[in-house]
Ligand binder design. Structure first.
Ligand code: FAD
Length: 474
């Protein structure tokens, strides 16, 4: 492997454009082919999540590529969740007891655009739009494309092909259809889909509800969330079953039924979404699924990255963050081999990459499903509220000693998702045992001394649970 290798990246989405930038910075010759038009010239945002929560793992990868500050300029910090009940009453729950820990709302299109701009500044990067990959001959390393404008079909040969073409990846489909090796693949859909709506800015161009929060209307079997945009609007997302329950996407077909649903379940949100009926009927309903597969690579020729390798449901706000972290992890592996002066090839890099990364992307996939239930249901549950309050107090008073599962996953960029999941789950178990048991009393207003006792007990019990889990796993 050498810097003269021609690299082909399929997909100029979030992962593909950051990967192109990083590989160009490392000196490779990179060609990127994207099926959609250039989003910097054509408005193509409709239908895909318009804004996203960007957090520390994503920021770490952006920092690596010199893009953190530019991204922060278009971020709106969200310090916690603001829950809305059916009566329109709200209560907030911070993401962390430490002040410097928050997540950021960012526009998918704007973030993608700054990454494309930066990648294109490099002479060794060429990005082509409106070119859809139809299939990849993984033996000969030839990707076959169709130009959407001219309808012309043409092949592209490369030394290495990266599939960063999202959940419907053409490279992944070629792994299945070419049957050159044993390829394991699973795709699991939730019975829930999502639909995006909009709370516009007020007449002065300002946000109508707090822009410092991610808003949630949890209703047990379904929920509404809203993230702020820079122009004063909010992108609202309804997560609802396709066909179960009194209200579902299949039966919400008439204007009357849509209004009845929102009047009953989300009256305060309804008053803020003036175009609800048009938007509900015209905006698409998207599916929510988890994709796991293995191996991600074929010989020294191809590698899947981002959603193409591990699409997840959006409830931990980590899909993009994980895809960006993929680029960071691959970069570290390239550094390791380059520094070691060992002779190495792409096959070795790809193998080490998957060995390092797969357990973490599997973990975040599972955590994201857990959070689906937590967000639509548990956040409004009194036991959950008590647990979160104690966690906030522990993080506030013992900022270097206690990190909740949410903090471990979202703000602790130096530990992998898998370690964060194992520790976080054990800690949750220990804390819930403590709250429901009677050997130690917990309350919403504990003194620092009382909290310290709780902390010691949690640390001890967490370690015991982790030890037991390890023994059980042998
Ligand atoms: P994509 O963003 O899907 O990009 C793939 C690119 O490849 C696209 O540009 C596509 O046009 C192109 N492409 C596809 N097929 C081809 C082809 N055959 N040939 C050429 N080009 C092709 N993540 C977070 O971190 N935080 C969040 O808050 C968050 N919220 C979300 C909310 C929703 C409703 C959804 C659905 C997802 C959310 N995600 C979130 C996840 C995030 O969107 C994805 O993980 C992220 O977009 C993955 O980036 P990617 O580049 O791998 O894939």
């Amino acid at each position: 492997m050498n810097k003269k290798d021609k690299i082909l990246i399929i997909g100029a989405g979030l992962c593909g454009s950051l990967l192109a930038l990083r590989l160009a910075q490392r000196g490779y010759k990179v060609e990127v082919y994207e099926s959609r038009p250039d989003l910097r010239k054509v408005d193509i945002s409709a239908g895909r999540s318009i804004n996203l929560a960007l957090s520390d793992r994503g920021l770490k990868a952006l920092r690596l590529c010199g893009m953190e500050e530019k991204a922060r300029e278009i971020c709106i910090p969200m310090f916690g969740r603001l829950m809305h009940d059916k009566e329109g009453k709200t209560f907030s729950s911070n993401y962390s007891g430490r002040e410097n820990e928050y997540i950021n709302s960012i526009s998918r299109g704007d973030l993608n655009a700054i990454l494309l701009d930066e990648a294109e500044k490099h002479e060794n990067v060429n990005i082509y739009f409106n070119k859809k990959c139809k299939k990849v001959d993984i033996e000969k390393n030839i990707a076959h494309f169709k130009d959407y404008q001219t309808k012309e079909e043409f092949p592209v040969i490369a030394d290495v092909i990266f599939g960063a073409d999202g959940a419907g990846s053409s490279l992944r489909k070629s792994y299945i259809s070419e049957r050159k090796f044993l390829f394991s693949y699973s795709q699991n859909y939730l019975n829930h889909g999502y639909k995006e709506l909009e709370i516009p800015a007020n007449k002065q161009g300002n946000h109508q509800i707090s822009k410092d929060h991610l808003h949630i209307w949890p209703r047990g079997d379904f929920m509404l969330i809203a993230l702020p945009n820079m122009d004063g609007s909010f992108t609202v997302t309804l997560f609802l079953s396709y066909n179960e329950g009194e209200f579902n996407f299949e039966n919400l077909t008439s204007e009357e039924k849509i209004t009845e649903f929102f009047e009953k379940e989300f009256p305060d949100a309804l008053s803020l979404i003036p175009n609800i009926k048009e938007e509900f009927i015209n905006n698409p309903t998207g599916p929510l699924g988890t994709i796991k597969c293995s191996p991600w690579s074929y010989q020294n020729k191809t590698l899947l990255m981002g959603d193409a390798a591990h699409a997840i449901v959006p409830f931990y706000g980590q899909g993009m963050n994980a895809s960006f972290e993929d680029v960071f992890v691959l970069d570290e592996i390239l550094n390791h081999f380059e520094r070691s002066r060992e002779i190495f090839d792409w096959k070795t890099v790809f193998k080490v990459y998957q060995k390092t990364r797969k357990k973490d992307t599997d973990a975040i996939a599972d955590l994201a499903i857990d959070n689906f239930h937590e967000m639509k249901d548990h956040v409004a549950n009194p036991l959950f509220k008590e647990k979160r309050k104690i966690e906030m107090d522990l993080e506030k008073h013992f900022p270097t000693q206690y990190f909740s599962k949410y903090s471990l996953v979202t703000f602790n960029e130096n530990i992998g998702y898998n370690a964060a999941m194992e520790k976080g789950r054990a800690q949750d178990k220990a804390l819930l045992n403590l709250i429901s048991g009677d050997d130690i009393s917990t309350s919403l207003d504990m003194t620092k001394e009382e909290l310290e006792i709780v902390l010691k007990k949690i640390i001890k019990e967490t370690n015991e649970i982790l030890k037991e889990d390890k023994i059980a796993g042998l």
